[in-house]
Ligand binder design. Structure first.
Ligand code: NCD
Length: 310
């Protein structure tokens, strides 16, 4: 399907070919950023960033991407800042933004918010993360980072570690991986934070084979080690969070003991205590690169959706 005018709500709506077009465009954007010569492809466009839930990286990288391309942005960063606090419905807020923007990026704590926005708005809607299931642009960025690091997404061993139950980056990444041919996809989490059954069943129906492993077993085999924080704010019951808090930690020592020398650690960030800062200075660390690549990847995405010359 052509990219122009498309809503980006759920990674399952995209094919491998769509992602390859995106990654190739992101490579061109990265080259331009590095040479300091970015074409103002989106001059005259107005992009609304409607962030009903806090975000640093996703919001700033969308904003940086839009600005590098010459677009203007309107940013709402918190519920309090909007008339939502005065009782305006989500639908009305989206209608208002739609009436004066060319594209809307939405982040929301409720699952389904981005889909609802896409149904209401005439302008394309990009999901910047909603609820616990969807974060399509993060999954695109995660695989783009793997592609930059290993020159391939196929043929690698992936270990996905941490809060597999509430982390939307995990389910989106797994759906995206089901379009490729990984050698193995290993999951490691405290039992309370296992992947939800419905997500697992859907992934298996898409042909993705999953294997549960201990951290040590997973580290021995993995090329890509994807670490996530425990999603405290998504626990329905705070006492459940207390039970699993601090239950896993990826450290330099653990990596040096078990992981392959060539393995790379990714993390969507922010981190809390599950990935210790002593990993930062090692060859395993790839999460700062991953954060940096968010800009060219989102430049490519905005350009493709707005029909610019990508
Ligand atoms: C993630 C998110 O919001 O789901 N952050 C991000 O977009 N980089 C991960 C997280 O909050 O843990």
């Amino acid at each position: 399907m052509p990219w122009q005018g498309r809503d980006v709500v759920d990674i399952r709506d995209f094919s491998r070919e769509d992602l390859e077009i995106l990654f190739e465009a992101a490579d061109r954007m990265l080259d331009e950023l590095e040479s300091g010569n970015v074409k103002k492809r989106l001059e005259g466009k107005l992009i609304s960033l409607a962030f009903f839930e806090p975000s640093t990286r996703t919001r700033t990288s969308f904003e940086a991407a839009a600005k590098r391309l010459g677009a203007e942005t309107i940013v709402f960063t918190a519920e309090e800042a909007m008339s939502v606090a005065k009782g305006e419905s989500f639908a009305d807020t989206i209608r208002m933004l739609d009436s004066y923007s060319d594209l809307i990026v939405v982040r929301h704590r409720y699952e389904g918010a981005a889909l609802l926005a896409a149904e209401i708005a005439r302008a394309p809607v990009i999901n910047g993360g909603d609820g616990r299931q969807h974060h399509p642009t993060q999954a695109m960025l995660d695989l783009y980072t793997v592609r930059r690091l290993f020159s391939t997404i196929d043929g690698l061993n992936y270990l996905i570690l941490g809060d597999l139950r509430y982390s939307r980056t995990v389910s989106s990444l797994l759906y995206a991986l089901s379009l490729f041919r990984p050698v193995s996809v290993m999951l490691s989490s405290p039992s309370e934070l296992r992947l939800r059954d419905e997500v697992r069943a859907d992934l298996e129906a898409r042909g993705l084979k999953l294997r549960e492993v201990s951290i040590e077993e997973g580290l021995r085999e993995a090329d890509v080690i994807y670490v996530t924080r425990i999603q405290r704010e998504r626990f329905p019951d705070p006492s459940e969070y207390e039970k699993v808090k601090g239950s896993y930690k990826v450290t330099r020592k653990l990596l040096e003991t078990y992981a392959k020398r060539s393995a790379k650690v990714l993390h969507p960030l922010p981190r809390v205590d599950e990935l210790t800062p002593d990993v930062d200075g090692t060859e395993f660390q790839a999460y700062f690169l991953q954060a940096r690549l968010g800009v060219p990847l989102r430049m490519a995405l905005l350009t493709l959706v707005l029909g610019g010359d990508a």
